[in-house]
Ligand binder design. Structure first.
Ligand SMILES: Nc1ncnc2c1ncn2[C@@H]1O[C@H](COP(=O)(O)OP(=O)(O)OP(=O)(O)O)[C@@H](O)[C@H]1O
Ligand SMILES: [Mg+2]
Length: 346
């Protein structure tokens, strides 16, 4: 499959009063045409910063210290703001978490959906509005034709998120980035929105980067999953590889901490401890203090990636040839088996 996006050795820091925060530490991954890549990881692991850098939308105190973001072969990092504006919304579009802040409360929704088309292409206003209507129908806004002149507050939360999706899709972007697009919604609506994204992807063959801290929602949506911890990708593989054969103890913990249908109301497992302070990134493996299987080398050196399969790799010293063979704790294994049974449709 064709690579549409190649992120190579990306390092991003932020200047803060307390010092430099090393938010993204040597991140590399590819995105192929038509695929859905999920990025998962705890709060603060660097999911949003990574994807905002792809949109050229980093905060003013950010520094891209190193790396390339190749989009169809040309480097986004080197693009001027003018070039970025041409790309944003047209070739790469983003859906944010909160539909209320991504919609303009003072503009009717038809106009909002059509806006990006009018900005980026030579289409007439009338044609743009017709396409907006088509897309609003596609994303499932009832009576869309009669509601083009309505304002965002006249729609429910789930409908607003559908409108946000229509805004993002109007130019048929090659890459769609969805940053926690459903967290603000209740579970049934979440599932509907995810189905919708999958359907639309089939129709327009865009590639999707889907960010979430909930592994459950990605099981049926993602082709591949990248797990981030403390500014790094620590494991990446196909969804099946990550759910059925995870290798990094952090991924074990994440899978173990997912709620399953059966343990509704039951105490949830949580990975003990908290992530490191990225003002002073650790010399060794960032997961070392929370890793019950840690070895001396974890304190001293960052692990390289070890290949598990041609499509699966993980950065943990547990995969070094000389490491002892360890298995995840039984409590966690039981939880993730249950979770898997519920999460995958087949
Ligand atoms: N403008 C900024 N100034 C300073 N630090 C920042 C800034 N933006 C992000 N960071 C830091 O970069 C790190 C990564 O943040 P990011 O928003 O990517 O996390 P995330 O994985 O998206 O988390 P969440 O799940 O909570 O959205 C965090 O340590 C965060 O505090
Ligand atoms: Mg985020």
């Amino acid at each position: 499959m064709k690579k549409i996006l190649e992120v190579k050795d990306l390092e991003i820091s932020f200047d803060t009063y307390a010092g430099k925060v090393q938010a993204i530490r040597n991140v590399s991954f590819d995105l192929h045409e038509g695929e859905t890549l999920a990025i998962v990881g705890e709060s603060g692991s660097g999911k949003s910063v990574t994807t905002r850098s792809i949109m050229g939308l980093l905060a003013g105190n950010a520094n891209i210290e190193n790396g390339q973001i190749l989009f169809n072969g040309s480097d986004i990092v080197m693009k001027s703001e003018k070039e970025l504006q041409k790309m944003r919304g047209k070739e790469i579009a983003m859906i944010f978490q909160d539909p209320m802040t991504s919609l303009d409360p003072t503009m009717p929704i038809g106009k909002q959906v059509a806006e990006s088309l009018i900005k980026h292409t030579k289409v007439s206003k009338k044609d743009a509005m017709a396409q907006a209507l088509e897309l609003l129908n596609l994303v499932g806004i009832p009576n869309a034709e009669k509601r083009l002149k309505n304002y965002p507050h006249q729609f429910s939360g789930g409908q607003r998120q559908r409108i946000v999706i229509a805004v993002a899709l109007i130019c048929y972007p090659q890459v769609l980035i969805a940053d926690e697009p459903t967290t603000a919604l209740d579970v049934t609506i979440q599932a509907q929105i995810l189905e919708l994204l999958k359907d639309i992807q089939k129709k327009i063959n865009s590639s999707i980067i889907f960010i979430t801290h909930d592994l459950g929602v990605v099981a049926n949506v993602a082709d591949r999953v990248a797990v981030m911890y403390a500014g790094k990708i620590i494991e990446i593989g196909t969804a099946r590889e990550i759910f059925y054969n995870p290798q990094h103890p952090y991924t074990w913990g994440l899978l173990g901490s997912m709620p399953t249908l059966e343990n509704n109301g039951e105490r949830l497992y949580a990975i003990p401890g908290s992530p490191p302070d990225l003002l002073q990134p650790p010399v060794g493996d960032a997961f070392y203090p929370r890793n019950e299987f840690a070895m001396q080398i974890d304190a001293e050196q960052q692990p390289p990636f070890f290949d598990v399969s041609p499509t699966h790799k993980a950065a943990t010293w547990l995969l070094a040839p000389q490491a002892p063979k360890v298995t995840p704790p039984e409590e966690i294994q039981i939880r993730w088996k249950k979770f898997r049974e519920n999460a995958f449709e087949d």
